[in-house]
Structures are given as C-alpha cells and as structure tokens.
Design a protein around this ligand. Sequence first.
Ligand code: HEC
Length: 143
Amino acid sequence: MSGDANRGRAIFYGATAACARCHLFNGEGRDVGPDLSSIRTKYQRLELLDNILNPSANIAFGYEPWIVKVKSGDVYSGFILADGESIVLKESTGEQRTIAKDQIVLRKKQPMSIMPDNVALGLSAQDLADLTDFLLITPVRKN
Ligand code: HEC
C-alpha cells in the first residue's frame, strides 16, 4: 500500500495518534522517546511498521523503562541516562531526576515499553501507510 507523506505528517502531529507527544521529528514534538528524524536510516518500511505496532517487542537501546525505589519509599520510573555515583533518570514527562546511589533500595527493568501498544489502534491501514511514508522522508532542516 502506498502512502501520502503529507497526510502522514498530519497524523504524526495530530491528536489521535499523538506521536509528537513523545517523539521529535525534525525539531518538532516532545523529547520523551527517541528522535525519529533519522529513523529511515535504522529501519526499512516493514521493520518501521513493526516498531509502531509492537513497541515492546523491540525496545530501542537506552529506552528500556526502569522503576527505582528510594529509601523514603518514593518510586520513580523512566530511562536511565547516566549510571555512576548517582543515576540520572529521564521520566516519561521528559524531565530528568538525579538519584544518589545510596538512596536506592530497588531498581528493576520493566518489560513493557513506555510507548503504548495501542497507539496505532485508532489508525487505519491507510493511516499507517501515510505515517510510515512521512517517517521515511528525509526531513528538510529548519534553522
Ligand atoms: C507515550 C509516549 C509515546 C507515544 C505516544 C509514541 N511513542 Fe514511539 N516510542 C516511545 C518510546 C519511549 C520509545 C522507545 C522504546 C521502544 O523502542 O519501544 C518509542 C519507540 C518508537 C519507535 C522505534 C524507535 C527506534 O529507534 O527503534 C518508533 C518507530 C516509534 N516509537 C514511532 C511512533 C509513532 C509513529 C507513534 C504514533 C503513532 C508513536 N511512536 C507514539 C514513546 C512513544
């Protein structure tokens, strides 16, 4: 099925799929999940589609979700950006939190992606074709 990249752009930034709520493309969107501006160099069409339909099957490196429990009893979740004397957690809001190692009582990797399995539920096959077409174009850099 062939797609229309312009329609795909509208879907990416639109309210139903809300991909831009978590992804940047060409500098627009939010920085929660991976920047998709050069996703075309990583996946071909079918793999790309598979990553949209089954996010948890193949979690992008560095985007494995963790939960971290601290001595006060609070529990945080997010991606681990840095792991040393303290860990830097990027929460699903996009905000970063630094937690000292000696405060951590438990850390556990979660099997499910932060990207919901059902983001594509409201999309038709044509929508998906348009969306993948959009993601496969070479973005025109803006200043
Ligand atoms: C709630 C946040 C969220 C939403 C909404 C979301 N994603 Fe994601 N997405 C993520 C996160 C986090 C990852 C990295 C973990 C993973 O691979 O599952 C990801 C991974 C991906 C990947 C694989 C990236 C790679 O480098 O392997 C693709 C492609 C993708 N998303 C496309 C989309 C599209 C298209 C939509 C809209 C239909 C969408 N996402 C909606 C958070 C989100």
